[in-house]
Design a protein. Sequence first.
Length: 431
Amino acid sequence: MAQRKDNNNTPNNASRNGNYNIPFVAVTMLFFMWGFLTALNDILIPHLKAVFDLTYTKAMLIQFTFFGAYFLISLPSGKIIAVLGYQRGIVIGLLTAGLGAVLFYPAASATSYPLFLTALFVLASGITLLQVAANPYVAVLGNPATASSRLNLTQAFNSLGTTVAPYFGGLFILSATMIGSDAMHQLSPGQLQTYRLQEAASVQTPYLGLAAALTVLAGIIALLKLPVIAEVEDHKLKPGKLQDALRHSNLSLGVIGIFVYVGAEVSIGSLLISFFGQPDIAGLKQAVAAGFVSYYWGGAMIGRFVGSALLQKVNPGRLLGVFALVAFALVITTVLTKGQVAMWAILSVGLFNSIMFPTIFTLGISGLGKLTSQGSSLLIMAIIGGAIIPLIQGMLADTYGIQNAFLLPASCYLYIVYYGFKGSNARRIKR
């Protein structure tokens, strides 16, 4: 039988021989980039909220639009990968994200919130394609027994991107000249338009730079010779059905796990700058508070490096349950206290968020075999939790106050406790 080759005519036996170093490094670069882009939303929310004088609910449309793309684009992304392969899918994803970043320029010139949301949707569509391709690719680039450890390591570099992004955004996007809502209402229509144009323009140069970086990275990936992984990319295999994949309880419950985890992580990160600005918490200005947001994402980065080592020795489900229980306790502490205690308790949640996404993901696709791509698409679709839960939290913040709104992510962590200790145990559901 002739050897099967990948898109760059690399023999498939290269992957079988375990030569995964270059592919692993290349895919890890993707994790850094989409982490960086995702965390910039935490800067955009308070910035555009101030520019357009939005309520918390309307400001959370940023996350709703961004993560809504995951739900809408995940299945089409799976089909693109099935036809073109993982490598070409990654290149298309990077170029699409780059186009979304370019669209920030006309959105700022027109000072249009709907155009900003459109640009975010295009950018997130590209990231969705990257996620659908990269997560299962990393999971099979080596020993299946250490898949959770490997994905945690790549997610650590994703967290490096989310750690750097708030500093970057605070430096180049958030302005010390931002004025409050009361002052905005005192401006004439002409003065208001000039002010909004000036503040909105601060995103143009940073996002054009990101578009250039995404395009360069797409070129690098296109030129690399990446191996085909037969277990996930053999087009001769008969494709499975989504309902067949959902018969595996670890996947069906894992879909809920990803939904609530991403929702909790994103809703906390989205409100940190506003929360730290509260007089009874820290009373920080936006540009200063942005620096502290990096501690939240930096904790996740540290936790993933540590978790990558722990998961080689500790049962993944058990460790997930313990981390989720600690995260729940920290959020409750934030709700019940004030000042520095509340501030540092919520920042510490990032450390225990660390292993959750990659561990839920690998537990969810465990044992799926030829249904792995379907399971991956379903898990990526569940990232829509990052759209829905923050929007609900925004409504709660408008109604009951920003501090009480943190009870919503606290409840999300309770479900993850259940999934870690019990729900992640693989079981096929009879129907």
